[in-house]
Design a protein around this ligand. Structure first.
Ligand code: HEC
Length: 192
């Protein structure tokens, strides 16, 4: 082999090695942390697009009219807003009454209050597992095994997400600030 050829072969080998090392470094940099960051971003997008804030963040009247109060993001019906007894069912075709916060809903099912979705351990989803969340959304039962989840929670829409998207929503809900806010239990139709 001529010296010239040898140099060329060595050069090609060196460049190939360098490219392989760079790819390896990339793969190491994009580790599990990045995958999870990607899930949190995707979850934030899904929560925005699926309007979870419309019901789970209390509304206030701001300069641009009523809007979710993001200082209480996804913390559910505010415990300091104690609702009086719900009015009698309106004459049809009117059916449902909601509070100005959009967090308390009265209808033929009684009264439901939107849940605290923040990671607070006592009043939010802090003690839930990802499995509890996925099972609740897929089955329509509280934590996946309790009573039926009441309207207007659109659990079939959330439960219809792919496993990866449902995981992303959960990852995002895990990443938001915990807000301590105890949501009241629902009221049965007879008692409303
Ligand atoms: C139209 C209003 C509305 C929207 C939109 C909404 N929710 Fe809800 N959600 C509710 C109400 C009301 C409850 C309480 C139902 C009950 O007590 O049975 C609830 C309860 C829940 C619960 C608790 C379920 C359980 O097992 O007790 C979770 C978790 C939840 N919602 C997640 C979400 C997520 C995530 C989104 C957005 C993808 C969302 N919700 C959008 C109204 C809504």
């Amino acid at each position: 082999m001529s010296l010239h050829r040898l140099v060329t072969v060595l050069l090609v080998a060196a460049v190939t090695l360098l490219v392989a090392l760079l790819a390896l470094a990339d793969a190491v940099a994009a580790g599990p942390g990045d995958v999870e960051r990607g899930a949190v971003e995707r979850g934030a997008y899904l929560v925005r697009a699926m309007a979870c804030n419309d019901c789970h963040t209390p509304w206030k009247v701001g300069p641009r009219g009523p809007e979710p109060d993001m200082s209480r993001m996804l913390s559910g019906h505010p415990s300091d807003l104690v609702m009086p007894a719900a009015p009698a069912l309106p004459p049809g075709p009117w059916l449902v009454v909601s509070s100005g916060t959009n967090t308390a809903w009265a209808g033929p099912w009684g009264v439901s209050f939107t849940a605290n979705l923040t990671p607070d351990p006592e009043t939010g989803l802090g003690k839930w597992t990802e499995q509890n969340f996925a099972d609740a959304m897929r089955s329509g039962r509280h934590m996946g095994r309790g009573r039926r989840i009441l309207p207007p929670m659109p659990y079939p829409a959330v439960g219809g997400l792919t496993d990866a998207d449902l995981h992303a929503v959960w990852a995002y809900l895990r990443s938001i600030p915990a807000v301590r806010n105890r949501v009241p239990d629902p009221v049965a139709p007879a008692a409303r």
